[in-house]
Design a protein around this ligand. Structure first.
Ligand code: SF4
Length: 237
């Protein structure tokens, strides 16, 4: 993926209207703004290699207004990626402009870049934060960054997403949930089955593992749920 642009332009792969597929807002109609770049390379990522175009804040606002007219009403504008927090210069201009139009803003993020979050948290209404387990992502451990991120994000409406694969390390899973219990014990946590390629979704064997992990997690936290990605079941974007 190319590096993001700063100032008033950003590389965007798509802007579209669809149903929110994850978390407590599943099924609501949102406008999605998908940013290109990401600082991570999760093994299950399906965003790499998508074509992007350089857009201005004005260009994005125009497309949002067009979609609202054509397919609205929408409940939120969801900033997704990639990693939207790589574009804080752009978001500092875009988000206040969206707020002026009375939009609610949902930020979908890897939950790692806490410094960048502190720059834009004031204009976000909902934060959907990932908790990245190294045994699943095949990346390094970000537990320290996740802790700082969650401590900031919990001031807003928040939910936490944990992608689970059959490779999940149970001790590592418990360690990450322990951190959530310490920092934001009332945050809803969604356990999502990993999907990759054209296999059956959701994989029944993996769902049985999620069932077990939900029971373990619910001993530590008040709200641990098994989640799915609606868009994968409905074959929509
Ligand atoms: S954080 Fe999200 S966009 Fe970035 S590599 Fe991982 S799955 Fe892909």
């Amino acid at each position: 993926m190319k590096q993001p642009l700063s100032l008033e332009r950003a590389r965007i792969t798509e802007i579209f209207s669809s149903l929110q597929g994850e978390g407590p807002r599943m099924g609501e109609r949102h406008i999605f703004i998908r940013f290109e770049a990401c600082h991570m390379v999760c093994v299950y990522c399906d965003e790499t290699g998508k074509k992007a175009r350089e857009m201005s804040v004005a260009g994005v606002l125009k497309e949002v207004a067009k979609l609202e007219k054509k397919t609205g009403p929408h409940a939120c504008v969801s900033l997704t990626g990639g990693e939207p927090l790589l574009y804080t210069d752009f978001l500092r201009i875009l988000c206040p402009a969206l707020k002026k139009e009375k939009w609610r803003i949902l930020l979908e993020t890897s939950g790692v870049l806490w410094r960048q979050l502190s720059e834009v948290i004031g204009v976000c209404d909902v934060i959907a934060m990932d908790l990245k387990l190294p045994s699943v992502t095949r990346q390094k451990c970000f537990l320290g960054e996740h802790r700082k991120f969650l401590a900031l994000a919990k001031k807003k409406e928040i939910y936490v997403k944990v992608v689970i694969s059959k490779d999940v390390d149970l001790r590592e899973y418990e360690k990450h949930l322990r951190m959530v219990a310490q920092v934001a014990p009332r945050a809803p946590v969604f356990l999502q089955p990993m999907s990759r390629g054209k296999g059956v979704y959701p994989d029944p064997v993996l769902m049985r593992l999620l069932d077990k992990l939900q029971r373990t997690g619910a001993k530590r936290l008040s709200d641990v749920r098994v989640g799915i990605q609606l868009q994968k079941l409905m074959h929509i974007r």
